[in-house]
Ligand binder design. Structure first.
Ligand code: FAD
Ligand code: NAD
Length: 396
């Protein structure tokens, strides 16, 4: 039997891929066996998914075969769905078998948080994976085709629940896409409504107010209707109930009301807050020096004591440090504390428009849209170098 320590990474998202790639650089030959388990044999670029969801970009721009991102001489790729994590037995149960580990990295991402809103799980669509956005894209076109046959007005109403970054970026793409679809389906675009419902007193809560106003103005001009300060109370097959009981008819409801940690983590017995584990400074689960949790399933607080929002940016930085700390653990060296380096925030508002905060600078319009492209291209460069930038990059 091999005495080489076994490192298993579950989830090949932003955190998992960066961990695997950094381990390839850090570890010497035979220092550890590394296995990367992911539900699909491709990595998807979650930060792009609002575009294929609306139909403004192809699915293929948002996914990359994992085999192209790792060195399979150094990392074993297992395509499989994790069903259970059993920390006591150091075991991962897959749909078809199980694996043991000495060290585990959990990078399983998050799940939509529905806050127990009745009907949301059942009737709303969510932007979480390639498969979920395929469904949204097909559903939108199908509603327009159905409208031409049954004339049901709710088919022309598109409700997006939540005006956080995902909601805003998605309604922007919808506003770009629906005029084209309306022409293709011989429907007057003025009859189509894109309604973004937000419970908080403002869209993009916590973001710079001047940029929020700019973003809302841009989107209103593109045809988006905002219902701000009004919570969705229930989701139905043909609409949503908001505020004090008003019904908004809509055969399409896309829920972007927030995310929680992957449900497998709570089931594994970890203490969680909204499904996320409060990890230590070295990215480990409390009481488990052999388990690192990164990305959307982890919870970390900033120096002011507020939780960092779950973003690709933080997941990537955690992935790199996680690999370094795994190598340090194997070598019985000191581990490094995680320090988040905030590179800024850019939110796309559809073609040629975006808002951004970088350091103390506020940027908007075309310049911010170019910045968004640079951020996207930078990610492709980090994980796949120039060849991936040329293959998957969006330059226009
Ligand atoms: P993920 O990237 O979600 O990866 C999780 C991986 O685990 C996936 O590959 C999944 O297939 C796999 N997996 C899940 N369950 C299982 C299972 N049971 N078995 C096997 N594999 C499994 N953040 C930013 O910083 N900037 C942005 O511009 C930005 N834009 C966004 C736009 C949208 C529309 C959305 C939805 C999110 C956006 N985010 C953005 C947030 C960002 O995408 C997430 O924070 C990031 O993806 C988290 O990375 P992760 O590694 O934790 O998980
Ligand atoms: P979020 O939690 O950031 O936003 C969800 C929004 O839904 C909030 O504004 C909330 O008030 C609202 N909401 C909750 N319950 C509601 C209800 N019942 N009715 C109406 N509105 C309700 O979630 P998200 O937008 O999916 O973002 C998830 C994470 O991904 C965040 O950390 C975000 O920063 C990140 N992200 C970043 C970008 C970017 O940087 N461009 C883009 C997308 C997502």
């Amino acid at each position: 039997m091999s005495s080489i320590p076994k490192i298993v990474i579950v989830g090949a998202g932003y955190g998992g891929i960066l961990t695997a790639q950094q381990l390839q650089k850090e570890l010497k030959h035979n220092e550890a066996d590394v296995t990367l388990i992911n539900r699909h044999d491709y990595h998807y670029i979650t930060t792009h998914l609002h575009m294929p969801a609306a139909g403004t970009d192809t699915i293929e721009h948002s996914r990359i075969p994992i085999a192209q991102l790792i060195d399979e001489f150094k990392v074993d790729l297992v395509k499989g769905t994790v069903k259970e994590i059993i920390p006591k037995e150091k075991k991962i149960v897959l749909e078809d078998g199980s694996l043991s580990y000495d060290y585990l990295v959990i990078g399983l991402g998050g799940e939509p948080e529905t806050f127990g809103i009745p009907g949301m799980d059942k009737f709303a669509l969510t932007i979480r994976s390639i498969n979920s956005v395929r469904l949204i894209r097909e559903h939108i076109e199908y509603q327009l085709a159905l409208y031409k046959n049954d004339g049901k007005p709710g088919r022309l109403n598109f409700v997006v629940g939540g005006a956080g970054f995902s909601g805003i970026e998605f309604v922007a793409e919808l506003a770009d896409r629906l005029p084209q679809l309306a022409r293709a389906y011989d429907i007057d675009f003025n009859r189509i409504q894109i309604i973004n419902v937000e419970a908080a007193p403002t869209a993009l809560p916590g973001f710079d107010p001047e940029l929020v106003e700019y973003a809302m103005d841009v989107l209103k001009r593109k045809g988006v209707t905002f219902r701000i300060g009004i919570p969705i109370k229930e989701c139905l097959q043909d609409g949503v109930i908001v505020g004090e009981g008003e019904k908004i008819e809509a055969c399409t409801v896309v829920w972007t009301g927030g995310i929680r940690g992957n449900g497998l983590i709570e089931k594994a017995g970890f203490e969680v807050m909204r499904g996320r584990v409060k990890i230590d400074d070295f990215l480990r689960a409390p009481g488990h020096d052999d388990i690192f949790i990164i990305g959307d399933s982890s919870l970390m607080f900033n120096p002011e004591g507020r939780p960092y929002p779950p973003t690709a940016q933080i997941a990537m930085q955690q992935g790199v440090l996680c690999a370094k700390n795994l190598a340090a653990t194997l070598r019985k060296k000191e581990l490094h504390k995680f320090v988040f380096s905030n590179k800024g925030t850019v939110a796309s508002l559809g073609k040629g428009e975006a808002v951004a905060v970088v350091g103390k600078r506020k940027i908007k319009g075309w310049v911010a849209a170019q910045l968004k492209k640079i951020v996207d291209l930078r990610y492709l460069f980090i994980i796949g170098g120039i060849p991936l930038v040329l293959k998957k990059g969006r330059f226009f």
